[in-house]
Unconditional design. Structure first.
Length: 289
């Protein structure tokens, strides 16, 4: 039993992280994400096209031509654990099967969602008093690069969860900071439903996405860099959790710092960035938040 538990842990790193890690900002050293804000331009941003978001990886596909709607899933074959048992060739075979399933899903979903995440974030950021320009070149002038996108994640039984997300990047090279701000939208969908999206469902998704980007813009606008997890209003408390939004198929216990509860959302800071996840899709394992 101990061996298979170890295999399951390795499964997460081999499968889920390869598919999702870059999208949730885990490509940088494991420190809690506190956004650096320069003294000269604390609220200035440039809409950008982050390669991390726009380059397709294992288990991810884009559902729109603008590459701003990202679909992620890691179902298929016997799973990465079976691949590990069969050795390197088994791993490769399972990854290939997962990727084939991802593409098959994407073919059904591609072009069905008419959202424009960049425009939604731009409108929300402007309303929050942030200065945002649609010019990535301006990032060289001290602005933070912002790449908004809609994240669609498949969980058990072909159920799809959606989230508004913004990847922020500041600086260059070894000194670059990056982090993801993600807000889970309230509605979930069956894959078949999203493949045959009705005008009513499309309108609801658009309204929810606009609200999600507005909440993210409001949080980004008020956040300032603090030391050791100190946030405005108090100390962020350590806790551990599992979430099928962030690690579908194989849930793994992860660490975070609790920020706040808002309605049925839990806001927390993790190694990848800041997340607002529905209470129905997060299990608090320790910390009593």
């Amino acid at each position: 039993m101990t061996y298979f538990k170890a295999v399951r842990r390795r499964t997460f790193w081999l499968g889920a992280l390869l598919a999702v890690a870059s999208l949730v900002g885990c490509g940088t050293p494991p420190t809690y994400k506190l956004r650096p804000v320069t003294g000269q331009s604390p609220g200035t941003f440039s809409l950008a096209h982050s390669k991390v978001v726009e380059d397709e990886r294992h288990g991810t596909r884009h559902l729109d031509a603008a590459k701003s709607i990202v679909y992620s899933q890691n179902f298929g074959g016997g799973g990465a654990a079976l691949g590990l048992l069969l050795g390197p060739l088994g791993v490769a075979a399972n990854i290939s099967m997962i990727d084939s399933n991802t593409e098959a899903d994407a073919v059904r979903l591609r072009g069905k969602l008419t959202l424009a995440p960049r425009e939604l974030f731009l409108a929300a950021a402007t309303q929050q008093g942030l200065e945002v320009v649609d010019d990535a070149a301006a990032g060289a002038a001290g602005r933070t690069l912002a790449t908004p996108y809609l994240f669609v994640s498949k969980t058990d039984n072909d159920r799809l969860l959606t989230a508004a997300a913004v990847r922020l990047e500041y600086g260059q090279g070894a000194d670059q900071w990056s982090g993801v701000y993600m807000y889970q939208l309230p509605s979930s969908y069956q894959l078949d439903d999203l493949a045959r999206l009705t005008p009513e469902m499309q309108a609801r998704l658009g309204t929810e996405a606009a609200q999600g980007f507005s909440a993210l813009a409001a949080f980004i606008a008020k956040e300032a860099p603090q030391q050791d997890g100190q946030a405005k209003g108090g100390t962020e408390k350590d806790f551990s959790y599992k979430s099928d939004l962030l690690t579908p198929r194989i849930e793994i216990e992860m660490n975070g710092r609790f920020i706040a509860r808002s309605g049925d959302l839990i806001w927390f800071r993790s190694f990848g960035g800041v997340y607002a996840v529905r209470t129905s899709n997060i299990k608090v394992m320790s910390g009593g938040v």
